[in-house]
Design a protein around this ligand. Sequence first.
Ligand SMILES: [Zn+2]
Length: 343
Amino acid sequence: MRAAIIKQHGPPESISFEDRPTPTPAENQYLVRVKACGLNHLDTWVRRGVPGHKFPLPMVPGSDITGVIEKAGPGARRFKAGDRVIVDPGLSCDLCAMCQSGQHQLCASWGLLGETTDGGCQDYLCVKESQVHLLPQQLTFEQGACIPINYVTAWQMLVGKARVRPGETILVHGAGSGVTVASILIAKMHGLQIFVTSTSEEKLQRARLLGAHRVINTSKEPFRDAVKNLTGKQGVDVVVDHVGEPTFMDSIRALKRGGRLVSCGATAGAELKIDWKHVFFKNLALLGSTYGSRGDFHEVLRAFESNRLSVVLDSTVKLAELGRAHAALEERKVFGKIVVSLA
Ligand SMILES: [Zn+2]
């Protein structure tokens, strides 16, 4: 079978391809024939390397996997050969107090397919039965491969952490990124007033089509001033900030009293300077969030099954074009998701 491999950190051209033997499913595992694998910025970090963090290389990248059950290992009974499935990339022990209380993302041995063990940029992959779900019927494999990381991450941020309510206002940074697209659509589903920032007019127009009520071009006006004007100086109830250094302090200033800031990353730098007075005077909550629980995965799938959520697929590429796809992600030329099609 074909497999894309990151053997050492480097530029997109450093991704190599190998022919590997098809794996055999162990107890309570399934062998999945991968049909599509969605890319995330995480893939480019695994490839480039992150200072101070050690990825276990060599690694097959790719976390967002859909496919078909090829074969069941001993004891795996829920699915049969030929079932169309989507894989929860979250890995955990399933046995500790956190796992058993439904918070497997807090497990001490938590990890992700494509980051801590081999992912989906290969023809076949063995996964635990607890990670496998039926793919909602109305979705293609490529559409399904847009879902796991972005939608589960955004769901936990908005629903689990910020506890958004209908009629509230939300500011989401960085139109175009997969987690921003998911945040806009989940906010829309919950009846929020949505403000979105970007430096790209084109991305802002697309965010408007997705359901953003107001868009803010930060190359023309500081978002903090725009939010003040749009909310009659009150500020917003919730900010989703995965940018970090350049935006964080103004995101805090853009919150109304009792507001919540939620973050799943700091793509532009994580060394933050905070004027803590804003936090205690205004009774703010600063909420960190990584991925989501198995319960969040179920809720996201239910929202897709009932057509309350949709995906934004930027483009599909072949496995051999993975390096080019990484480059496009890094150049931020993407709106929504790039998906590797292995059909
Ligand atoms: Zn555990």
